[in-house]
Design a binder for this molecule. Structure first.
Ligand SMILES: [Zn+2]
Length: 100
């Protein structure tokens, strides 16, 4: 008799499905593409509020005053749907803490 209860699905709810990841990644890619088409300078730099790196404005997303680069915005959206963070501030703080 195995001690594993296969009906325990709790963990699964916290995981992101492949479809969700694909949808978010695609949405973020489109934001970047849109920005470039609208003439946002790919080279215009800003300092990402989460990873702290100098990144391109094209594809960045402003979350209530915290601007994230395309990669971090993707990471934040994924973290948000898994409820591992609730706010952008929290996400940025965690990324910042990992950096130091
Ligand atoms: Zn970043």
């Amino acid at each position: 008799m195995l001690a594993i209860d296969f009906n325990r699905r709790k963990q699964v709810e916290r995981e992101v499905t492949k479809g969700q990841v694909a949808a978010i990644t695609e949405a973020m890619r489109l934001i970047a593409e849109d920005d470039r088409e609208r003439g946002i300078d790919r080279e215009a730099p800003f300092i990402c509020g989460a990873c702290g790196h100098q990144r391109s404005m094209a594809g960045s997303v402003d979350y209530g005053g915290i601007r994230l680069c395309n990669d971090c915005a993707t990471g934040y959206e994924l973290a948000r749907i898994t409820h591992s963070v609730s706010t952008c501030e929290e996400y940025a703080r965690r990324r910042g803490a990992r950096r130091n």
